[in-house]
Design a protein around this ligand. Structure first.
Ligand SMILES: [Zn+2]
Ligand SMILES: [Zn+2]
Ligand SMILES: [Zn+2]
Length: 184
């Protein structure tokens, strides 16, 4: 004779084969459907309230603790491979860029009030995209320090078309002042 099983949550007799276990306790298929979820990584069954993931990713505690973290700044769930460490804390890419690049690399949409150099009806500007070398705040600071030594000649933005770089943009200048600003 088969041993009768009862759901540890609702107390009902288990009548089908779709029951599961949480911490060794039997849970009926109804309760699983209503109150449980499954870890996306290891497939473990758990109560909805015990999910350590977010709205998009369901994770059990051990998978979360072993493979995931949360952005120190915006609290986004991050796989360890997608997290960036800065000063002992972990960040998502976006927050990392903000935190570590400070003000030196602006958003792509950044458009400051143009500063016109020289006096003419025609002004020139350059957008120089540098890629692969890295979207690095310290590097940007260096470029800015040289180019903007005397005046604010350039600014630096991030650019979605670049994999891992940034865009250097000059303020409008006459041809003459281009030559004059030898730093460029
Ligand atoms: Zn049940
Ligand atoms: Zn898991
Ligand atoms: Zn973040």
């Amino acid at each position: 004779m088969k041993e009768e099983l009862y759901c540890s949550h609702c107390g009902e007799l288990i009548v089908d084969e779709d029951y599961g276990h949480i911490n060794g306790e039997v849970i009926c298929s109804d309760c699983i459907e209503r109150y449980c979820t499954t870890c996306e990584r290891c497939g473990a069954l758990m109560w909805d309230s015990e999910s350590y993931g977010d709205d998009y990713t369901v994770l059990c505690r051990s998978c979360y603790e072993n493979h995931y973290t949360r952005c120190y700044e915006c609290d986004a769930l991050l796989h360890n491979d997608d997290s960036y460490e800065y000063d002992g804390e972990y960040y998502c890419r976006e927050c990392y860029d903000n935190v570590c690049c400070g003000d030196s690399i602006h958003d792509y949409n950044y458009k400051p009030e143009p500063i016109f150099y020289g006096d003419s009806s025609r002004y020139f500007g350059v957008e120089l995209e540098i890629d692969i070398v890295g979207k690095d705040g310290a590097y940007a600071d260096e470029i800015l320090a040289v180019a903007n030594d005397s005046d604010e000649h350039i600014y630096i933005k991030s650019d979605g078309s670049l994999n891992d770089g940034m865009e250097i943009v000059t303020h409008p200048m006459t041809k003459k002042s281009f030559h004059v600003s030898s730093t460029l």
